[in-house]
Design a protein around this ligand. Sequence first.
Ligand code: SF4
Length: 249
Amino acid sequence: MSETSIEWTDATWNPVAGCTILSAGCTNCYAMRMAARLDAMGVEKYRGLTRKTGGRAKWTGKIFLDDAALAIPFGWSRPRSIFVNSMSDLFHPDVPVQFIEKVWSVMGATRRHTFQILTKRPDRMANILSNGFDVLPNVWLGTSVENDEVLGRLDDLRAVPAAIRFVSFEPLIGSVAGGQMSGIDWAIVGGESGPNSRPLDPVWIDEIFDMCFAAKTAFFFKQWGGTNKKAAGRAYRGQTWDEMPALSM
Ligand code: SF4
């Protein structure tokens, strides 16, 4: 069962919408484009979250906290993997701690599900979660790393109390060979897709593969990307890599 085309999860859940660009990996943000489309279709939740500049959609910085969406995981009776906030960043500075507490209480009350949270702000994630938040066994916490300019996010992630820590190296737009994966359970690797996609050098994947092997980190190769991501496929070293982190619950 899958309600999303994202290869490593079953469903998306967006209690927050809206964001601001932070680093090079955000340039072609899919959520930003999709939010503009949903706004144009009249979906209230996305109203005013983006505006057009130079023919492209840009976040305005407005953040929408969707209290009504908090009920959604309760209505999913069968267990599923849920990517939290595909249309935002839960640890954006304008998401109040009180709202993050509400998200935590939903995830704590629906332990049949596995929640996967990805942020580009793992420093804020570490600060907040180190102060009185439960480590939930069904919540995986991750950060995105696109090049070596943001390698510090790996150390920030290691400081996050979590059952499972993971890194999304997507869109991979530079070498991250200066990093290492100790204390991190899972790596997702993928190239950028879409019309303005930046190229993926296979050497950068080899570097991550070796880092994962050294640290016994599960390796998931999502896609080569490019303008025709389907044609480019998912094979690396002649096979697909769909490893998932080992759970010690
Ligand atoms: S942090 Fe994520 S959602 Fe926010 S602009 Fe960057 S890529 Fe988009």
